[in-house]
Design a protein around this ligand. Structure first.
Ligand code: AHR
Length: 623
């Protein structure tokens, strides 16, 4: 029986409880949410970042009834932030010499009858044609074409609209220069007109719609480790391409945004920049929640920013970001926002200061940022962070510091086993109600199975019950391209034309779309589900388990004990011989354990992929 105290005031559920954390990891931006179809459109990929990269990554040479050479050069670039471009030297005039782009995954995805905006910058020594086709990999099918007469000796932008004549996920974009002489090309772009909410330079519709279906109340961005690992030098000074995410480099015309080799080991175009993030949050009906480094790297690396001048610039950039989001059009940065098309302030309420910046320098740097923000923008809620774990000495230290600093919230991150999530449902019951609130900014149970999703769902009941202290929560990471995976598990998986949600996605959607106003106290009375029933539910007929307060036993159908463990030792494992190859991993947390079939790991099990997790509880009479 379930008793609900309907007379009680209950716990008010935070209005922003469920949100999303979007990071450019797993190609979540280029080749993902960012709708651009051309990979390496600005020829900036560089072997000094990644040995397999060249300026021609994703491009290959095409000669059609003509001959010539192609190179990537920095000679008289498009602008100071866009250093390289393609140079075609035509040696034998014909239909054309140029390049073919292979897009992402299997190629460029096109849908019949949809419109695509084609654009590029070009200049040439003698006037002549540039012909562009969207075609199949073998060139036998043409999906669309556009021709241009390029006469200018100076950089000039050329545009056209292509309507696709067919549907494919494997097209190529071929750009050919005819005539003679030298032709320079840069920022070759093919962009679907049909983006989320029809935004120019916008988001891929299916991925954005799946995000919107979660009904997120906030959008944390741009990371994660992508925010805060690398040097603090601006692009103009850069020696090291892996630079910290610098928001000012990500706004304005896309051809003026420098690319960056990001923490996750690939080139990032910044096509989705801070303006697009704010716009996307608004389109989702979510609060924008940017996270900035406070000059302490984190994510396992520490190259703290101690140079006073650079630190002061960094603090100023943080203040300028708030002005960019919220400032009146008469302010410097408010005016820039207005010029980009959004005179109305975005209404920023939260700012994250630091992502997993668990190094001593954090204690020196954080106050400089927090004090400056507090002084100028007292209404902005400041989020400190607690690092990469759910507990431990650093975790406690970071929390103590956040309390001293009177942070509004503390960003907790943890990726744990499903058993941890089941065992920790009461984690926030005992949190201090008077201190900073909690932002569970990154969490996931390790795996993408239904069982992981159920463990997370169970855990979310604890979060919701405590949403007077847990103000915000977001699963992480949000997106992964199936062919460029840096991190699992993830919520939304996709290739270049399809997307699906993991089981965890549907848990997030269920909770996000069904947020109550109050959680009323309730009590459940009843017998725990017999373990044999669990066995039945998972379809194992040859053995059964018995769970007590602090032990787990696996017995076969005749009652022979195949395994028992009281969790007194740490890494308990059991490998019987002929009887099977069961092993038990101690979940390391109170009375929980994972029982798994080692044969499935070896690939020879009947019960392939099977994992049984037993959480033993001190439940009266439970056996
Ligand atoms: O979500 C993936 C990564 O996990 C994030 O970039 C980082 O903050 C955390 O360690």
């Amino acid at each position: 029986s379930l008793t609900v105290d309907t007379a009680a005031a209950g716990t008010k559920v935070s209005r922003n409880l469920y949100g999303v954390f979007y990071e450019d990891i797993n190609h979540a931006a280029d080749g993902g949410l960012y709708a651009e179809l051309v990979q390496n459109r600005s020829f900036e990929f560089d072997s000094s970042d990644e040995p397999s990269y060249t300026g021609l990554t994703a491009w290959s040479k095409v000669e059609r009834d003509g001959a010539g050479t192609i190179t990537v050069t920095g000679d008289r670039p498009l602008n100071a932030n866009n250093r390289n471009h393609l140079r075609v030297d035509i040696t034998a005039s014909g239909t054309g010499v140029g390049v073919r782009n292979s897009g992402f995954n299997t190629g460029i995805a096109l849908q019949a009858r949809k419109k695509y905006d084609l654009s590029f910058f070009a200049r040439r020594t003698s006037g002549g044609p540039v012909n562009v086709t969207a075609e199949s990999a073998d060139g036998s099918t043409t999906y669309g074409r556009a021709s241009f007469d390029v006469r200018s000796g100076e950089w000039k932008k050329y545009t056209a609209t292509i309507t696709a004549s067919g549907t494919t996920d494997a097209a190529r974009l071929v750009v050919l220069a005819g005539g003679s002489g030298q032709v320079d090309l840069d920022m070759i772009s093919l962009f679907p007109r049909d983006t989320f909410k029809g935004r120019e330079n916008g988001m891929r519709k299916d991925l954005a719609e799946m995000t919107a279906a979660l009904k997120p109340r906030f959008l944390r961005f741009p990371g994660g480790c992508v925010t805060n690992v690398g040097t603090y030098d601006p692009y103009s000074d850069k020696q090291d391409r892996r630079r910290i995410y610098q928001w000012k480099e990500t706004i304005g015309p896309v051809e003026e945004r420098p690319t960056n080799f990001n923490f996750w080991g690939y080139n990032q175009s910044y096509g989705i920049g801070y303006y697009e993030y704010f716009q996307f949050a608004e389109d989702l009906g979510a609060e924008a929640l940017p996270v900035l480094s406070v000059g302490v790297n984190g994510c396992g690396q520490n190259r703290p920013l101690t140079d006073e001048t650079k630190l002061a610039r960094w603090v100023q950039d943080t203040l300028d970001l708030i002005e960019f989001a919220n400032g009146d059009v008469k302010t410097t940065w408010g005016a820039k926002r207005a010029a980009l098309g959004h005179p109305k302030p975005f209404g920023l309420e939260y700012i994250g200061l630091g992502n997993e910046e668990v190094f001593p320098e954090f204690f020196a740097n954080y106050p400089r940022f927090a004090d400056a923000v507090r002084a100028k923008y007292p209404d902005i809620k400041i989020i400190s962070n607690s690092g990469t774990t759910s507990q431990g000495a650093w975790f406690d230290r970071m929390w103590d510091f956040a309390r001293e600093q009177k942070a509004d919230l503390v960003d907790e991150h943890y990726y744990n086993s499903p058993s941890w999530f089941l065992a920790n449902n009461r984690r926030y019951d005992s949190y201090d109600r008077d201190g900073p609130k909690v932002f569970v900014g990154e969490y996931a149970s390790q795996g993408n199975t239904l069982y992981n999703a159920l463990a997370e769902a169970s855990y979310l009941t604890g979060i919701e019950r405590n949403s007077d202290v847990v103000e915000l929560a977001s699963y992480a990471p949000l997106m992964a391209n199936v062919d460029y995976v840096d991190w699992t598990p993830d919520l939304i998986w996709f290739d270049n034309d399809q997307a699906y949600g993991s089981p965890s996605y549907y848990v997030q959607r269920l909770f996000g779309r069904n947020v109550g106003d109050r959680v009323l106290p309730s009590a459940f009375k009843g017998a725990p589900l017999p373990v044999d029933d669990i066995k039945g539910a998972i379809g194992l007929g040859t053995w059964n388990t018995k769970v007590r307060y602090d032990d787990v036993r696996v017995t076969d159908a005749s009652g022979n004990v195949l395994f028992s463990d009281d969790f007194s030792a740490g890494a308990d494992r059991w490998t019987p011989g002929a009887a099977g190859a069961w092993s038990v991993r101690d979940g390391g947390y109170e009375q929980s354990a994972i029982v798994e079939d080692a044969r499935s790991t070896a690939g020879s099990a009947d019960w392939s992929g099977y994992t049984l997790e037993v959480t033993a509880r001190k439940t009266e009479g439970a056996e």
